[in-house]
Design a protein around this ligand. Structure first.
Ligand SMILES: Nc1ncnc2c1ncn2[C@@H]1O[C@H](COP(=O)(O)OP(=O)(O)O)[C@@H](O)[C@H]1O
Ligand SMILES: Cc1ncsc1CCOP(=O)(O)O
Ligand SMILES: [Mg+2]
Length: 263
């Protein structure tokens, strides 16, 4: 297997500019913990987030959105039914949708639901290494929502998943990897401080959902989303003293991001 390449900065800048031009309408069905942070991250990148969760409304809305995010962080049975309605409507309308399989593995409802979702053509999947391993092997899992594995240990599972379900898989952690099962891109950067602020992974999945809906090379667009978040995260962490001041620095960094800052 070929060694993973780094994404080309000029191509990442092109994905970012395409994203800002299109300012995608992103339908987020996400968990209770990260709603506002996710919306703020998308707004700082010029996208339009909307959190529509009733089953009937969610089906209507995913059909007219540019992208849909399904995040199972605080799943309940009624929410699973609403998410399924939204995914089916998204597929009928060719709206690409992205899965964040939060804490999949140990808990039965979300583990069975995520296996069902895998068969419904996700455009992309973004999770930490424990989540990607659990999704692919149908066992194990992390420590709650946190990973217990380095990303490298989930690379072969990610490639398997990507090939089996014809999707793009992003594993994030100290180093991120994005694969379509054949090509793999490697994204170093970020900061350990990003694991001390709730919702960086979930917000990244919402950004991935928007980038996965851009025209062109989806693998590259998803890798661009990861690179942008890692790069801005590293810059924000370098300029702050802890999790409290990280959040405003991170949002400002996304807002002020340009080609120079990316390079
Ligand atoms: N140890 C680390 N060093 C640098 N960046 C990290 C580290 N852990 C996570 N990140 C970054 O934090 C963001 C969220 O990823 P992650 O923590 O894996 O998601 P989750 O919150 O879903 O577990 C990603 O941009 C990732 O690159
Ligand atoms: C703490 C928590 N509990 C259920 S969902 C959630 C948020 C997880 O956010 P992230 O995966 O981005 O760390
Ligand atoms: Mg997560």
């Amino acid at each position: 297997m070929k060694q993973p390449d780094l994404p080309d900065n000029a191509l990442v800048a092109h994905s970012l500019s395409l994203f800002r031009q299109r300012a995608p309408l992103i339908h987020c069905m996400t968990n209770d913990v990260v709603q506002s942070f996710t919306a703020n991250v998308l707004l700082a990148l010029h996208a339009s987030p909307a959190m529509v969760i009733d089953a009937e409304e969610a089906a209507q809305f995913s059909a007219i959105s540019d992208a849909l995010l399904i995040n199972v962080g605080t799943l309940t049975q009624p929410r699973a039914a609403a998410m399924l309605a939204a995914v089916n409507a998204a597929n009928a309308a060719s709206t690409p949708w992205t899965l964040d399989p939060v804490a999949v593995g140990a808990l039965r409802l979300r583990s069975e639901f995520c296996q069902q979702l895998l068969t419904l053509q996700p455009a992309a999947i973004r999770g930490n290494a424990s989540e990607i391993l659990a999704l692919a092997l149908q066992q194990g899992g992390g420590r709650g929502v946190d990973t217990q594995h380095p990303t490298e240990s989930a690379l072969s599972a990610a490639r398997q998943l990507a090939r089996r379900y014809a999707t793009i898989v992003a594993i994030t952690g100290e180093v991120d990897y994005v694969t379509d099962g054949e090509r793999t891109l490697r994204i170093p950067g970020g900061s350990p401080l990003m694991t001390r602020v709730v919702g960086t992974g979930c917000a990244l999945s919402a950004v991935v959902a928007g980038f996965a809906a851009l025209p062109g090379d989806r693998l590259l667009h998803v890798a661009s989303a990861c690179q942008i978040i890692s790069c801005v995260g590293a810059q924000a962490a370098a300029s702050t003293s802890g999790p409290g001041s990280f959040i405003p620095a991170f949002l400002d960094g996304l807002w002020n991001l340009n080609e120079e800052a990316l390079a």
